[in-house]
Design a protein around this ligand. Structure first.
Ligand SMILES: Nc1nc2c(c(=O)[nH]1)N[C@H]1C(S)=C(S)[C@@H](COP(=O)(O)O)O[C@H]1N2
Ligand SMILES: [Mo]
Length: 210
């Protein structure tokens, strides 16, 4: 499994492995902590922080999942070095969130929040990538509980920890802040094609002070 020496954009076509990754058969389950139980009546999706109108926004499960769906074929690269190639994810484009709850002009980053306080920070440009998706389905089937049902974020061009399972909302931020794994030694950006695995690899400007 070779990989191209040079990449202009950091985005990859399916069926190529980033450096240091190996192919995984099947789909393992990887996360920290227990699998949350889905209670539809208590579930909401929230957008808060530096919104354009200064208000918090929230959607019920029925409202959120009736937003227009699309599919994205994308690979999953775990920083522990296994990759799964060519999954077809179905769900709501992250860009839709920017339309239905616009950020203030000075927003530069987002924190994506999940059950039990799990979080992951992204540059606004990672979030607005046209391939970034709040997934409800994989290969045409609803996500299973252990893989993030009812909703997980998929950021195809970054390591998989940047995509929380059991996601519940987005915080708009006017400065960068580290999420759960980014505070615990993982790279603030997490581009697998540049092998940005650990925070000690960060160049000046790639992340907030540790
Ligand atoms: N809420 C939550 N989401 C998470 C994680 C986690 O610990 N908690 N781990 C991430 C990591 S490190 C990986 S590799 C993928 C694994 O997704 P999978 O279990 O569906 O393969 O989920 C990501 N999303
Ligand atoms: Mo991972």
């Amino acid at each position: 499994m070779g990989h191209p020496v040079e990449r202009a954009t950091g985005e990859a076509a399916a069926s190529e492995l980033p450096p240091g990754q190996r192919l995984q058969r099947g789909w393992p389950v990887t996360h920290y902590g227990p699998v949350p139980k889905f209670r539809p009546e208590r579930w909401d999706f929230r957008v808060f922080g530096a919104t354009a109108d200064g208000e918090k926004h929230s959607w019920t499960h029925a409202e959120f999942t009736s937003l227009p769906h699309t599919t994205v074929v994308a690979d999953l690269h775990c920083v522990t070095k296994f990759s799964m190639l060519g999954a077809e994810w179905g769900g709501i484009p992250a860009r839709t969130i920017l339309e239905i709850a616009p950020p203030a002009d000075d927003v530069t980053h987002v924190m994506v929040w999940a059950e039990y306080g799990f979080s992951s920070n992204l540059r606004l440009s990672d979030f607005t990538s046209e391939r970034t998706l709040f997934a409800t389905h994989k290969d045409g089937e609803l996500l299973t509980a252990e893989h993030g049902f009812p909703l997980r974020l998929v950021v195809p061009h970054l390591y998989a920890w940047k995509g929380p399972k059991w996601v519940r909302g987005v915080e708009y931020m006017t400065a960068d802040r580290r999420g759960f794994w980014e505070e615990r030694g993982y790279h603030n950006i997490g581009d697998p094609w540049r092998e940005q695995r650990y925070s000690y690899q960060e160049e000046p400007g790639e992340g907030p002070e540790l």
